[in-house]
Write a protein that binds this ligand. Sequence first.
Ligand code: SF4
Ligand code: SF4
Length: 380
Amino acid sequence: MQYRKFNAEEREISLLGFGIMRLPRLENGKADEEQSIRMIRHAIDQGVNYIDTAYSYHDGDSERILGKALKDGYREKTMIADKLPTWLIKKEEDIQPIIEEQFKRLDVDFIDFYLVHNIIPEVWEMIQETNMFDHLQKLKNEGRIGHIGFSFHGNYDLFTEAIDAYPWEFCQIQLNYLDTEIQAGLKGLEYARERGIDVIIMEPLKGGRLSDKVPPDIQEIWDRAKAEGVVSADRSPAEWAFKWVASQPGVSLILSGMSTFGQLDENIEIFSKEDVDQMTQDELAVCEEAAKKYNSMIKYQCTACRYCMPCPQELDIHIVIRHLNNWYAFDKNPSSKLEYTEWLDKHGSDCVHCHACEAKCPQRLPISDIMTDAEEQFGF
Ligand code: SF4
Ligand code: SF4
């Protein structure tokens, strides 16, 4: 296992972190506790020493299962990252009861890395008004949490504003060879790196879409790279994607939300290679070609500018479109449907076809019809 030194932490941390938001599930949809505990312990036994959970993952079972997995001497072998659910906070008094519940679920008295979960425009003002950072700083001073950071899904401008607002020690952003310009993007990674802030990467495989059910046109690009000698050994789509992220300057750790022992063992093998964080210019060019090909498969050219908002039905129009684009580009991968179902309050079927949004869209997208398309593809 490859390890990195964070600016904020004395111990070395495995370059691969285990994100436990997609634990194996039972037929009833609940997380499979027995299998999950075995997976977490197996990861730790193989050298992974950063486990990332959150209040909301698996309705709290992710934290509870991690707490159980860390019995029998495993707590001492790994670091825990947990997150404060910003969407449940309306006033400062709401913060501490949630954190106490997390300590109880995890059954620990110290959380190594604590994040403000999911900074987006809708919660940024509230984060400042509730003194969230100062509240966490007090917990740090009391020795209950180790490092303070945030996870992020807003745009680059908000990212720089958030970075500059408080003395964060680390942050967590989405990055993969396809998503280099959305959210914080590569520019955000560089901005944080210049300021000495450790950056943790999430969604390196875009929720598994860059590794599962790879479209034939993309597989042809990987096969050609091998045939033309750009790489000497077979390389899976997952390894291409992980190596691309690992080779970006400023990346401290890469989270993967693994659901099976197969994924876990494959990822551990990839992150145990000495050159996992190295890519030649030719290899980077191959990734760029794959990204261009994926982008050419994007059906609706929404730029996520949000000029169409607000929608009277409170639809997050650009996010519905993003899930629908993913659905088409990634061969109707079930992850897109799962995210559309679980991450959105309002869906295509909530559109009343008032067309108020369409005149405001600089891309002239037929948004009302696109909402109908989403309803037909996803069933609601
Ligand atoms: S057409 Fe649909 S998506 Fe657009 S503003 Fe009206 S309800 Fe919202
Ligand atoms: S205005 Fe158009 S391009 Fe911008 S977010 Fe809305 S749908 Fe997308």
